[in-house]
Design a protein around this ligand. Structure first.
Ligand code: UDP
Ligand code: MG
Length: 310
């Protein structure tokens, strides 16, 4: 029989959180009185989490293990979870217990009221560094401003998705994935539930600054042309300024002014515009590189062990 709820957790070296995750999720899900399954996606762990998933799956039939051949990244791991889940509603949750499993009950209540997407909004964040909080907050603001879909601020991937939404998202096979944006793009009846984000139960963050920057670039390039448009706007502004400057410089020369003599001004202008052009080329490169990745058409992930049926 198909379960009503699927819990999806991406797991990358979460040995210290594993037992507690299963214990707390089971405790909460048993309260719903419905059939549920736990899709555990092992994203190429090397700390023994993989064996812990295997062992648990042997004991507990509701655990569906999906084991990757290597580390493919958080967003891809969640994608695999969505591919392999069978429930009427899927709940995505981090394995480090920063998203308290107890909030799932609130998400389910909203789903029963008829919402197809119930996302959890972080009203407070505990146990995170000043740097992480500041960069995360700047990230959400930028994404909110410049993307074409309205991605709610301060939301992560902790959310409930109805089967309808899961099916649509599973049909979107883009490589560079920003799931929060994709879920907002799909639409349907959506609501937020606020919660206090807890500190990590054990271990350290698997999202160093470099990965955060990568995710930010994916979010922007997947949902906005704004950086490309900015290059054009800048081009118009500098071309416009130079057209105005031509008669000004000519007149100043004719009346004998010394204002625009010397190499320094020329050098600065050349370096400045050269720099701007390279930046624009880099922005263009970001988009072209992504097109190249899509064109290769490689599978999103490789599993070494996975359930037979999706
Ligand atoms: N994660 C993953 N693959 C990765 C990095 C992270 O599956 O390459 C998982 C990780 O195990 C956790 C979730 O994604 O369940 C969120 O990661 P983390 O808690 O380290 O990120 P943070 O909360 O610090 O942003
Ligand atoms: Mg975390």
């Amino acid at each position: 029989m198909k379960p009503v709820f699927s819990i999806i957790a991406p797991i990358y070296n979460e040995k210290g959180c594993f037992d507690e995750l299963y214990r707390r999720v089971s405790e909460v899900m048993d309260k719903t009185g419905e059939e549920w399954e736990f899709v555990m996606v092992d994203d190429g762990s090397s700390d023994g989490s993989t064996d812990m998933i295997r062992e648990l799956a042997k004991k507990e039939k509701r655990v569906r293990p999906v084991i990757f051949a290597r580390n493919f990244g958080h967003q891809i791991a969640v994608t695999a979870g969505l591919d392999y889940c069978r429930g009427e509603a899927a709940i995505i949750i981090d394995a480090d217990l920063q998203d308290p499993p107890e909030v799932i009950l609130e998400l389910i209540t909203k789903w029963r009221e008829g919402y197809q997407v119930v996302y959890a909004v972080r009203s407070e964040r505990e146990g995170e560094t000043w740097f992480k909080k500041t960069t995360a907050s700047a990230f959400y603001k930028i994404i909110y401003r410049i993307t074409d879909v309205k991605i709610p601020m301060n939301t992560g991937d902790f959310r409930l998705l109805d089967r309808k939404v899961v099916d649509v998202m599973n049909s979107m096979r883009e490589r560079h994935r920003f799931l929060r944006g994709m879920s907002a793009w799909v639409g349907y009846k959506t609501i937020g539930v606020s919660y206090k984000r807890a500190a990590r139960f054990a271990g350290t963050t698997k999202y160093p600054f470099k990965k955060m920057i990568k995710l930010a670039f994916t979010a922007i390039t997947s949902f906005s042309y704004m950086p490309l448009q900015m290059a054009m706007v800048f081009g118009f502004i500098s071309a416009g300024l130079s057209i105005v400057a031509i008669p000004v410089v000519a007149i100043l020369r004719l009346i004998g002014s010394q204002f625009f003599f010397g190499q320094a001004t020329t050098l600065i202008a050349v370096l400045f515009l050269g720099g701007v052009q390279l930046i624009c080329l880099g922005i263009l490169g970001e988009y072209v590189g992504r097109i190249y990745d899509e064109a290769k058409g490689r599978p999103l992930y490789i599993t070494s062990e996975a359930p037979d049926n999706k």
